[in-house]
Design a binder for this molecule. Sequence first.
Ligand code: BGC
Length: 521
Amino acid sequence: MARDEEATGGRKPPSYGGEVNAFIVTTCIVAAFGGLIFGYDLGISGGVTSMDSFLMKFFPSVYRKEVADQNQNMYCKFDSHLLTLFTSSLYLSALVACMCASTITRKYGRKLSMLSGGLVFLAGAIINAAAVNVAMLIVGRLLLGVGVGFCNQSIPVYLSEIAPAKWRGAMNIGFQMMITIGILAANLVNYWTAKIESGNGWRISLGLAAVPALMITVGSLFLPDTPNSILERGDAAKAKQMLQKIRGTDDVDAEFEDLVRASAAAKKIDRPMRRLLTERRYRPQLVFCTLIPFFQQVTGINVVMFYAPVLFKTLGLGQSASLMSSLITGFFNVVATFVSIYVADRFGRRSLFLEGGIQMIICQVVVGGMIAGSFGTSGTGQLSTAAAVLVVVFVTGFVMAFAWSWGPMGWLVPTEICPLELRSAGQAMNAGVNMFFTFVIGQFFLSLLCNLKFGLFFLFAAFVVVMTGFIYFFLPETRNVPIEDMGEVFRRHWFWQKYAAVDDDDNNKGGSAPRRSVELK
Ligand code: BGC
């Protein structure tokens, strides 16, 4: 039996009309621009906080500690809560913004959320570039966070809805691709601005965030709303026209019929977030929308994204070598994301998750072991050049593994497993949990490093062991399953069937969309 049929219990997934066309590709690229602002933020703060001019101006005590005693404990060199608050504050406001964006996305459309996100982000970039004190820096970061929250909640929903089922994985990974391009752009900018003599390079780094903000703001004005969203707001004729336009064919009746049913069911549901949290039949969605983002963050990926330059500097590389090394990891992050675009819709989400997990464990254990070997528990010592190169190689191997597995799948899977009535709330939950743990890692990594030393890398590896097992046992394959038929996948799963089965009765009360063509054998 083909794998797609397996996923839907022997039933061939209905093939809707329509292929990928230029309109849909352009639309997805523009929407995915939102990933740039997130990526730019992720990548920019590490480089900026490793610039001496920035530290001297805003965090003089950290700067003094850094230069005072070169022989001090390496693990604790940069440990400062105020410094990490600069990086992490953004993700706290993003968390709150995700929750508000969920209602706007559902009631007023996905476009409006993207537009609002872009505008607020723009304001944050301007304030940051003009900052004269820590308060301005933090206010700017909070506004950037609101922008990121709005975009991260609405864009994955938008992309999953607009793409034909067959291409949903690839289109959705476009968002992750833009995140990685944003990170690389930030690494490049930092590499260049760190060399600016006046010491104001950090202003350029922070101010250039306005560029991706303008791209998503202007871009979102031209984006069409998704047929699902237009229907959700009650205009069936317009929704059908839009579906015909994005599929490039008039033959959309089957898909439209499913959309109408899903939308009618969704309309009967009020307070979707509460239902997601409390109703037993939504347990699989709740579990995946909370655990996937949690696990994604405890891989430790953002230790590399935020602090690669600081980490490499901690290990004894000079400023320029540190920024260069993070450029290398940034570059391979983008390259590896292409792999998952190719693989996700061909070989499935599970194979990516599992391979990526195993590769991450190996790399983390090697990096932890090398740091232990060179710095021990005292944190004094030196990495030889060969060892430093090896650390960079294994950190890159770790980043690549993440980039084709938990990175893109962490945004794709939670959106595609939610029925329409839950999609917005589910994505708010996914993005919110993601932002919360991004905050936790951003805020506490440097002090965790100071306390757990090399053991921190083994702790991350242990998390990856647990999450790889979790995927192996609990995640059903969702490749090629039309988004409206996802419930079927859970009804067939050895573990989730007992929750999803509740669905059948409730369907008629307007719970989930009754299915046009699903017949259980
Ligand atoms: C994650 C980010 C991470 C990035 C790295 C995203 O999927 O959500 O936290 O920094 O991937 O490329």
